[in-house]
Design a protein around this ligand. Structure first.
Ligand SMILES: Nc1ncnc2c1ncn2[C@@H]1O[C@H](COP(=O)(O)OP(=O)(O)OP(=O)(O)O)[C@@H](O)[C@H]1O
Length: 345
């Protein structure tokens, strides 16, 4: 496998550094063992089934970080595999629109990920920002400040052979109040498509591509589809195929076209329709979508790496791994604004 081999240990162990990445600020990196006591924890930003996320300060450097803690007792065998994979993949990513992983370390109770935060990601996530804006944003903001940077990060990921597989507003961070520079966060479902072939579906139902509904897919097309869903949700105010029941949502994803409100522009409509091409083979890539007239209309052209031809099509049968985050019980939690947070089970 590419990247540094990442091994985590169960049971009673001394605190140990798992990996320090090239993104780690020099003031923060040191020869000694990384441990929880090196950080002052502030506000809890998130509490998940197996993870907690805190705003924190590195005592040595005074630099702000987001500290993600995986509770070892809550990790299934699959989760163990996924956390190791997350660290391995995330540590290889350096892009202005991707949250940086500085280091991973562990002790008997937790695995810790020290992530970029502070000024760089002070704005919270896109889901919260959407709520502040009443559920949707202007087309210009969506195209220029969200979709284009996300596409740029995805083109970079795909070039390296990785798939994100977890596009949703909750996993996109803002650089400050309002917009400026968005960053992809959470690589817990990402895979190296050149080496791994998942055998069950992963992701969030509203953002799942038709080919994933049929069978677990490993092509970069799943991320391009999710960008179409994201574009629609941000402009219109809800995901295009969201329905009351899971079965109805599947049916919409597989066979229906989105309903476009009359007020959205022709360019945004053609962008979303292109990204939501039902056939994965005919769907444009993230790199292709960067050249769409809707994107070019709202932001100047910037050079992007050409997608490596066929890079993501290679998948080894032998390292098939089940991603059982997805099950028959995808649920949503209502919020006071009427928006629903996308949650996987
Ligand atoms: N570097 C960061 N700085 C600030 N907030 C962050 C950062 N990374 C993540 N978050 C926030 O914490 C939330 C949870 O983070 P993340 O998605 O990585 O955890 P998770 O355990 O994988 O969650 P889940 O599996 O439930 O989606 C995100 O939705 C985002 O709002």
């Amino acid at each position: 496998m590419g990247g540094t081999p990442i091994v985590l240990y169960e049971g009673n162990i001394e605190p140990r550094t798992v990996h320090v990445t090239e993104s780690c600020p020099p003031a923060m990196s040191r020869a000694g063992t990384w441990r929880l006591e090196d950080f002052e924890l502030h506000k809890q930003l998130y509490k998940g089934k197996a993870s907690l996320l805190y705003r924190a300060t590195c005592r040595l450097s005074g630099l702000p970080v987001a500290l993600k803690l995986y509770r070892k007792l809550r990790l299934s065998a699959l989760n163990w595999y996924q956390v190791q994979r997350e660290i391995r993949i995330h540590s290889q990513l350096q892009h202005e629109n991707i949250v940086q992983l500085y280091a991973a370390f562990e002790d008997s109770d937790h695995v810790y990920l020290a992530l970029q935060s502070g000024c760089a990601c002070a704005g919270g996530d896109l889901y919260e920002e959407l709520k502040r804006h009443g559920g949707h944003l202007s087309e210009e903001t969506v195209a220029r400040d969200v979709i284009r940077p996300c596409l740029s990060a995805l083109a970079y990921l795909h070039l390296k052979g990785f798939l994100w597989r977890d596009c949703k507003p909750e996993n996109i961070l803002l650089a400050g109040p309002g917009f400026g520079s968005v960053k992809l966060a959470d690589f817990g479902l990402s895979i190296d498509s050149t080496e791994e072939r998942p055998v069950t579906r992963a992701g969030t139902l509203d953002y799942m591509a038709p080919e994933v509904c049929l069978c677990p897919a490993v092509h970069r097309s799943v991320d391009a589809w999710a960008i179409g869903i994201l574009g629609y949700e941000l402009v219109v105010g809800h995901p295009p195929f969201e329905r009351e029941t899971r079965t109805d949502t599947y049916e919409q994803i597989m066979y229906r076209r989105p309903n476009y409100p009359a007020w959205i522009s022709e360019e945004s409509r053609t962008f979303i329709s292109a990204a939501l091409t039902k056939s994965a083979r005919k769907r444009p890539t993230a790199a292709d979508l960067l050249d769409h007239p809707w994107i070019l209309k709202h932001c100047p052209r910037t050079p992007v790496p050409a997608a490596a031809e066929g890079q993501n099509e290679v998948a080894s049968e032998k390292s098939a791994v089940s991603d059982s985050k997805e099950s028959d019980d995808v649920k949503k939690v209502s919020c006071s604004s009427g928006m629903v947070r996308h949650i996987q089970y």
